[in-house]
Design a protein around this ligand. Structure first.
Ligand SMILES: NC(=O)c1ccc[n+]([C@@H]2O[C@H](COP(=O)([O-])OP(=O)(O)OC[C@H]3O[C@@H](n4cnc5c(N)ncnc54)[C@H](O)[C@@H]3O)[C@@H](O)[C@H]2O)c1
Length: 278
C-alpha cells in the first residue's frame, strides 16, 4: 500500500526529547503533524474525539499505531499514545494532561488543531450548529491553553501552535461560524503571545485548502466533484493546487521547533498564494 504522506521525508531530530500534544490527531492535518513530529523525535499524545476502537477508513491504522510502525521501521521515536477526548470540553483536558504526563513525564508543545466547519449562511445555521463550531474551533484553544499553562509554568516554558485558516484572514461565502472562529484564533494567538512571553511562544498557521478527509468528503458530496476540485485548486492563486496535509505539518513543525525561537504572535499563511489575491 502506498504511503499516505508521500511528501513527508525522514526526520532530522528537530524535536528530539520533546513531548507534544496534538488535538484532532487522527485525521488530516493533525495526523500528518503527529506523525511528522514523531519522525522528528518527539513523543506524541494524539488527542482525538474519534473513539479509539472505531475502525479507520480503508482500514488505516490509528495514528498512534502508525507512529509505532514508523518507529519499528527506524523512522523517528515511535512513541505515541492515543487519548480519546473532546478538545472543546474543559474536563476532558484534565485527562489529556494526566495521560500525557503519565506516559511521557512532561509537555513541551501543544498543537491546537481540532476543528471543523458548517457550510450555511448565518440565518440557516441553528444555534446548536453555531455553538458546535465555536466550541470545537475556539473554546478548544481556550481549554487547551488553560490546561497546559500550569505544566509550562512548572517546566519554565513551552510552545503553542494553533491551527487557524486562510478563512481566519479572509471571508468566504456561507461559512460564518468558521470564519468568525478562525479569525478569533488568529487574534487570540497574538494576544496570548503578549501575555505569556517570554517563556511561552504562541503562533498559528493559516492553511489554505488542504486535501484532507474533511475536504475529500466535501468534494465527493458536491453536485459536480470535478468542478469543485478545480475550484478548490484555483483558490491557491499562485500554486494552483490544494496542499497535502504534510505540507501544513512542516509549517507547524517550524513554529514548534527551536528554529523558530524568535517567532511569536505570528499567523503563518501556508496557502499556495490564496491570500495574495486582491
Ligand atoms: N483541510 C483544509 O482545507 C483546512 C484549511 C484550513 C484550516 N484547516 C484546519 O485544520 C484543522 C484540521 O482539519 P482537517 O481538514 O485535517 O480535518 P479532518 O476532519 O480531516 O480531521 C480533523 C480531526 O479532528 C478530530 N476532531 C474533530 N472535533 C474534535 C474535537 N472536538 N476534539 C478532538 N478532536 C476532534 C476529528 O475526529 C478528526 O480526526 C481544523 O482546525 C481545520 O479548520 C483545514
Amino acid at each position: 500500500m502506498s504511503d499516505e504522506h508521500p511528501r513527508m521525508g525522514p526526520g532530522r531530530g528537530r524535536l528530539t526529547g520533546k513531548v507534544v500534544i496534538v488535538t484532532g490527531a487522527d485525521s488530516g492535518i493533525g495526523r500528518a503533524t503527529a506523525r511528522l513530529f514523531a519522525r522528528e523525535g518527539a513523543a506524541v499524545a494524539c488527542a482525538d474525539i474519534r473513539p479509539a476502537e472505531l475502525a479507520r477508513p480503508g482500514d488505516a491504522p490509528r495514528i498512534d499505531e502508525l507512529i509505532a510502525r514508523d518507529g519499528a521501521a527506524g523512522q523517528g521515536s515511535g512513541r505515541a499514545v492515543y487519548v480519546e477526548a473532546d478538545a472543546g470540553v474543559a474536563a476532558e483536558w484534565t485527562r489529556v494532561i494526566e495521560v500525557t504526563e503519565g506516559e511521557f513525564g512532561r509537555v513541551d508543545v501543544l498543537v491546537n488543531n481540532a476543528g471543523f466547519g458548517i457550510r450555511a449562511r448565518l440565518h440557516e445555521l441553528s444555534e446548536d450548529d453555531w455553538h458546535a463550531v465555536l466550541r470545537t474551533n475556539l473554546d478548544s484553544v481556550f481549554h487547551g491553553v488553560r490546561a497546559v499553562l500550569p505544566v509550562f509554568d512548572r517546566q519554565g516554558g513551552g510552545v503553542i501552535v494553533n491551527n487557524a485558516s486562510s478563512f481566519g484572514l479572509l471571508a468566504t461565502d456561507a461559512y460564518p461560524a468558521y470564519c468568525a472562529s478562525k479569525a478569533a484564533v488568529v487574534n487570540l494567538t497574538r494576544q496570548l503571545a503578549i501575555d505569556y512571553g517570554p517563556a511561552i511562544r504562541v503562533n498559528c498557521v493559516c492553511p489554505g485548502a488542504t486535501l484532507t478527509p474533511r475536504l475529500e468528503e466535501r468534494i465527493a458530496a458536491s453536485a459536480d466533484p470535478a468542478a469543485t476540485r478545480a475550484r478548490m485548486d484555483d483558490l491557491a492563486r499562485s500554486l494552483r493546487r490544494m496542499a497535502a496535509p504534510e505540507e501544513i505539518a512542516y509549517a507547524i513543525l517550524f513554529l514548534a521547533s527551536d528554529e523558530a525561537s524568535f517567532v511569536t504572535g505570528h499567523a503563518l499563511t501556508v496557502d499556495g498564494g490564496q491570500t495574495i489575491d486582491a
